[in-house]
Write a protein that binds this ligand. Structure first.
Ligand code: DHK
Length: 151
């Protein structure tokens, strides 16, 4: 494990527009806010005995900088890259560069939506991909990440 801390530490990273969860297209993304989603994840992390850090940005470069900073401190990344999923070689390279296991989450079932959402630049470097489970997808990814790290 690359991280220096004894406690398992997992980062949950949300990309552009996910700050608007709860009000943004609720028929697609549901009515839970990012704040309540992160609060639920904190509960699950406490139950599983791991630490959690959460981050959201609408700016690709800020996300890249944040990811670079995780290298020495964290053990895994759960990421919903929002629209960057379908466009960003930069984000894929950043995730590959930090050499931490990645779980990719999409709230909606991207495969049932527009064709441009069917391609992900991230999936090929992810340990796991969760989509279409609503915000429960983040919890599913967190549980999967912890199980993977404890193997
Ligand atoms: C979130 C977004 O912002 C979209 O750009 C993706 C993803 C889907 C989600 O389902 O969480 O296409």
């Amino acid at each position: 494990m690359p991280a220096t801390s004894n406690k398992t530490l997992i980062a949950v990273v949300n990309g552009p527009n996910l700050n608007l969860l709860g009000t943004r297209e609720p028929e697609v993304y549901g009515s839970d806010t990012l704040e309540s989603t992160n609060a639920r994840l904190e509960e699950v992390a406490a139950e599983l005995g791991v630490g959690l850090t959460t981050f959201q940005s609408n700016h690709e470069g800020e996300i890249v900088d944040y990811l670079h900073g995780l290298r020495q401190s964290h053990h895994a990344v759960i990421v919903n890259p929002g629209g960057l999923t379908h466009t960003s070689v930069v984000l894929r390279d950043a995730l590959a560069s930090i050499a931490l296991p990645v779980w990719e989450v999409h709230i909606s079932n991207v495969h049932r939506r527009e064709e441009f959402r069917h391609r992900s630049y991230i999936s090929a470097i992810a340990e796991g991909v969760v989509c279409g489970l609503g915000i429960f997808g983040y919890e599913a990814a967190l549980r999967a990440a912890v199980r993977h790290l404890k193997r």
